[in-house]
Design a protein around this ligand. Structure first.
Ligand code: CO
Length: 281
């Protein structure tokens, strides 16, 4: 074994989420897609919505378009109803995930199916390479029971996508990415092996976590270094709940305009024109 093989990745950056509002006035915490962290290839956006006050969520996300990437909704608590222009409709309940490939274009709504109590979930945007930006829209609705879980000594992992510890995640992804929900007891270490080139990050939603010599606290995102394969993240004194995500960088130009993410400005204008003229599915 070489010295390099023993080197582990660590947090090189710890970023705070920024309070924001989106949809018809949903209060949320934007973690990726901010001035601090615009983009972490292939991840374009990460939002957390977590609120017990219906006024902060009932208006939801009425009809809006997407083109050129995938939107991933993961519910921790509460219910969200989804409806789209391709004819899909469903309710994502606590513990479920919806992996939607917008591809060449989709118009959808995401509306809370509750008027009281806690609504807690995440939306992650995963970019697509040029060759897949105009694929036919696809929708995977996976309820709690369909998500593989691992229960070990002080560690509980749910696998929404990607492979970890020999277990394959629930969603099919066009671009290779991983998305786990990890709970660790105090002092317990989560480990993973990735390619040297993959980007990886951990969003701590409860407690704290340390990797290398930096700590990420609740509602902070720890961005891991690249250039080595091993990942070790250790929970602090109160334990830790975190979303762990990784993906190979796509490495293409990114042109973003609201709900459209393409490679060039010209393709963005085409997307806006297609949407205005009813050429989305
Ligand atoms: Co949407």
């Amino acid at each position: 074994m070489t010295a390099g093989a023993e080197q582990k990745r660590g947090f090189i950056r710890v970023v705070d989420g920024m309070p924001a509002s989106d949809g018809a006035g949903v209060s949320l915490l934007r973690v990726i897609g901010t001035q601090q962290l615009d983009f972490l290839d292939p991840f374009l956006m990460l939002d957390e919505f977590k609120n017990e006050d219906p006024g902060a969520y009932v208006a939801g996300f009425p009809d809006h378009p997407h083109r050129g990437f995938e939107t991933v909704s993961y519910m921790k608590a509460g219910k969200m109803k989804h409806h789209d222009s391709v004819g899909n409709e469903g309710v994502i309940e606590d513990g479920g995930v919806q992996w939607m490939t917008a591809g060449r274009g989709i118009i959808h709504s995401e509306m809370p199916q509750q008027t009281e109590g806690l609504l807690w979930g995440y939306q992650l945007w995963v970019n697509l390479p040029a060759k897949d930006k105009m694929v036919a829209p696809r929708y995977q609705d996976i309820q709690r029971d369909g998500i593989p879980e691992y229960q070990g000594d002080g560690i509980f992992v749910r696998l929404m996508a990607g492979e970890w510890n020999g277990i394959q995640g629930a969603s099919q992804t066009l671009w290779p990415v991983g998305y786990l929900d990890v709970r660790l007891d105090p002092g317990v270490t989560f480990e993973h092996e990735l390619s040297e080139s993959a980007n990886a990050m951990a969003f701590v939603y409860e407690g704290s976590a340390t990797s290398g010599d930096r700590q990420a606290n609740s509602h902070q995102l720890g961005v891991l270094s690249r250039g080595s394969t091993g990942v070790k993240i250790t929970a602090g004194d109160e334990g830790c709940g975190m979303l762990f995500m990784w993906g190979e960088p796509i490495g293409e130009p990114v042109a973003k305009m609201g709900p459209f993410v393409m490679n060039t400005r010209e393709e963005l204008f085409q997307a806006a024109d297609d949407f205005r003229n009813g050429r989305f599915a």
